[in-house]
Design a protein around this ligand. Structure first.
Ligand SMILES: [Fe+2]
Length: 264
């Protein structure tokens, strides 16, 4: 079967058909997937029922598995493979637009999720941060040039009840190291706290505007999970949002994140 890539929206996401991720991926296939990934930012593979060992093997094609938080439960026998389970809505740090671990100095570049048990609901949405940047006026683009913001893991710290809040400073426009395209690099208000050299009062309206601007319905793909789905995304040029509308229902997804680069 030949591999087929179909855009999922006009802005972000591509559906991959004709590939079995439980089997070794040959270099030609990887090349097709890699190009599609750089183009679409998010790749969706349906009906994979990816086995933990194959998940790790597939992830290694894309980079080095990132160091996980020791508080995250992993799949037995696969220390790099995190089990994402339901969390109470009140403390869900993922129910807001974000790039994974943006509050660390070297955030992971790619996340790969495999759906094991899915409830009704629990969709995930992605937005395209190249588009968010390109839709800004040239004057605003010039104004953002060189600006850096402090990002914090406030929600995560709250969720886990830890006092030490992780934080890092990154440019709010970053250049993707592979495509060389510029992408807006922002996050929800608990994360994107303040622009360096500005007061909070000066930063807040600008950061809030950039956040709202990034997440309009015409810049989004919304994935309705089915058991067996695999979805991978590029944290360097997308944000995502985990919708929590499934109450107490069970939801289990396996996740690997891959080491990234210092954003520039
Ligand atoms: Fe996330």
């Amino acid at each position: 079967m030949s591999i087929q890539i179909t855009p999922l929206t006009g802005s972000v996401g591509g559906l991959v058909e004709g590939v079995n991720l439980n089997e070794p991926i040959n270099p030609d296939t990887f090349d097709v997937l890699h190009r599609a990934f750089l183009e679409h930012g998010v790749l969706v593979y349906r009906g994979q029922f990816l086995q933990p060992g194959a998940h790790v093997e597939f992830a290694r094609l894309w980079g080095n598995p990132a160091q996980n938080n020791p508080l995250d439960p992993s799949v037995p026998g696969f220390p790099g493979l995190i089990q994402v389970t339901k969390i109470p809505k009140e403390t869900a740090s993922t129910e807001a637009w974000h790039s994974d671990s943006i509050y660390t100095s070297v955030p992971p570049k790619i996340s790969i999720l495999s759906a094991v048990v899915v409830p009704h609901g629990g969709d995930t949405m992605w937005c395209n941060q190249y588009v968010s940047y390109e839709r800004l006026s040239p004057t605003m683009q010039r104004m953002l040039e060189g600006l850096r913001a402090r990002f914090t893991g406030l929600r995560l710290a709250r969720m886990r009840g830890i006092d030490q809040i992780p934080s890092a400073v990154h440019p709010i426009v970053r250049t993707h190291p592979e495509t060389r395209r510029k992408a807006l690099y922002v996050g929800h208000p608990d994360t994107a706290q303040q622009i360096e050299g500005m007061t909070v009062a000066e930063s807040r309206p600008l950061l809030d505007f950039l956040y709202e601007h990034s997440t309009t319905p015409d810049n989004i793909y919304r994935h309705m999970w089915q058991a067996g789905d695999v979805v991978m995304w590029d944290n360097r040029c997308t944000m995502h949002y985990a919708v929590h509308d499934y109450g107490e229902a069970e939801r289990v997804l396996n996740r690997i994140t891959l080491e990234g680069e210092v954003p520039v």
